[in-house]
Design a protein around this ligand. Structure first.
Ligand SMILES: *Cc1c(COP(=O)(O)O)cnc(C)c1O
Length: 390
């Protein structure tokens, strides 16, 4: 697959396929559940859309090419992709999952997989001794996510791969935060990559989607069987919208990451800000590992303004960021993990993971960075003035 091109070219070349019959640049939205067969003895490439569809094929080939994998798969949501990946396991198997995993993945691993006899251990996957100690003879998969949400803690992918492969298990990596533009886990030895396509890949806060890319043909065959058997495939119109999103993925995430770095540095200088988490900052703990395995700090950062009271005021005063869950969109999205993504944790559990009461997560969009700075500046000034009066 067009691996000789760089990603900036590939996002266009893999999503644009002129139709030999009409010259149409974009793959048609093939809204057909079934495909007519020539006769009893000759069956075409496609028979039924759950098993395969030409529009979905273009999307699956595109993400496979971008992630340097053998095969890509599109699902209805990120969680459908993650569920499918875990269904490659069998009763009696054990998985090791990184501590700072996405909340939906935590719920799946702790509340659903045990019903099917799949056991789990949570561990800090960046601590080699703790990771080694977590293996059992039944461990089949180590599941990581880096940088983690919302602390942006970086995990050393190559180290996890080395330890895991020594134990004859596979590494699955959720690459939603970095996208293949900044980080290619399969090149670092990971066996299966996951995406919530809902975030950066779609990029416009419109559709839900999930993707898997496998390194080997064998794992690809196993995932294909489950995709077809379980049936949580991505709708064909949404495949087309995701292809549309991927065309601008490169320019969007680069612009967003540039603004994120500028904002992270600026936040560090503000009196009200007690701490900034962003892998692009040279004094951030995981910075060196980040830049040994990725080409950017990404477009997501988090910062602490001291108290829930200050957060409440900030949300009221800001004019540009949307206050909501989710991330990876053209709009700058501000979220408050203690009451949103991490509301299910107790206060103690949150604090243990570095999620303090004043912590906000910011997914930087494509707005003008000076406008964003000015907006935060006026809001911080209002909070400081209000706090003085009191
Ligand atoms: C949003 C998200 C998911 C889940 O994806 P959905 O499309 O919402 O199902 C998984 N992992 C990460 C890192 C996410 O941000």
């Amino acid at each position: 697959m067009t691996q000789e091109f760089s990603d900036a070219t590939k996002v266009i070349k893999t999503t644009t396929k002129p139709d030999p019959a009409t010259g149409a640049l974009n793959p048609p939205i093939q809204l057909s559940s079934t495909f007519a067969q020539p006769d009893l003895d000759h069956f075409g490439k496609y028979d039924y859309t759950r098993s395969g569809n030409p529009t979905r094929d273009v999307l699956e080939d595109s993400i496979a090419a971008l992630e340097h994998g053998t095969r890509g798969f599109a699902f209805a949501t990120g969680m459908a992709a993650i569920s499918t990946a875990f269904l490659t396991l069998h009763q009696g198997d054990h998985v090791i999952v990184t501590n700072d995993v996405y909340g939906g993945t935590f719920r799946l691993v702790t509340q659903l997989l045990p019903n099917y006899g799949i056991d789990y251990t949570f561990v800090d996957c960046n601590d080699p001794e703790a990771l080694k100690a977590a293996f059992t003879p039944k461990t089949k998969v180590v599941y990581i996510e880096t940088p983690a949400n919302p602390t942006l803690k970086v995990t050393d992918i190559k180290q996890v791969v080395r330890i895991t492969h020594e134990h004859d298990a596979l590494v699955f990596a959720d690459n939603t935060f970095m996208t293949p533009i900044f980080q290619k886990p399969l090149d670092l030895g990971v066996d299966l990559v996951l995406h919530s396509g809902t975030k950066f890949l779609a990029g416009h806060s419109d559709i839900l989607a999930g993707l898997i890319v496998t390194k080997t043909k064998e794992l690809g065959d196993a995932v294909y069987f489950i995709q077809n058997a379980m049936g949580a495939t991505l709708g064909i119109s949404d495949c087309w919208l995701l292809l549309r999103g991927i065309k601008t993925l490169g320019v969007r995430v680069k612009a967003e990451a540039e603004s994120a770095l500028e904002l992270a540095k600026w936040f560090q200088e503000q009196a009200i800000v007690e701490g900034v988490n962003y892998p692009g900052l040279t004094d951030f703990e995981g910075h060196d590992i980040q830049f040994s395995q990725a080409t950017s700090g990404g477009a997501v950062l988090s910062f602490d303004i001291g108290s829930e009271d200050n957060v409440r005021k900030l949300v009221k005063e800001l004019k540009i960021p949307v206050f909501s869950v989710s991330l990876g969109a053209v709009e700058t999205i501000l979220s408050y993990p203690p009451k949103m993504s991490h509301a299910e944790l107790s206060a103690d559990e949150r604090h243990e993971r570095g999620i303090s009461d004043g912590l906000l997560r910011l997914s930087v969009g494509v707005e003008d960075v000076d406008d964003l700075k000015a907006d935060f500046k006026q809001a911080f000034e209002k909070i400081e003035a209000a706090n003085l009066v009191r």
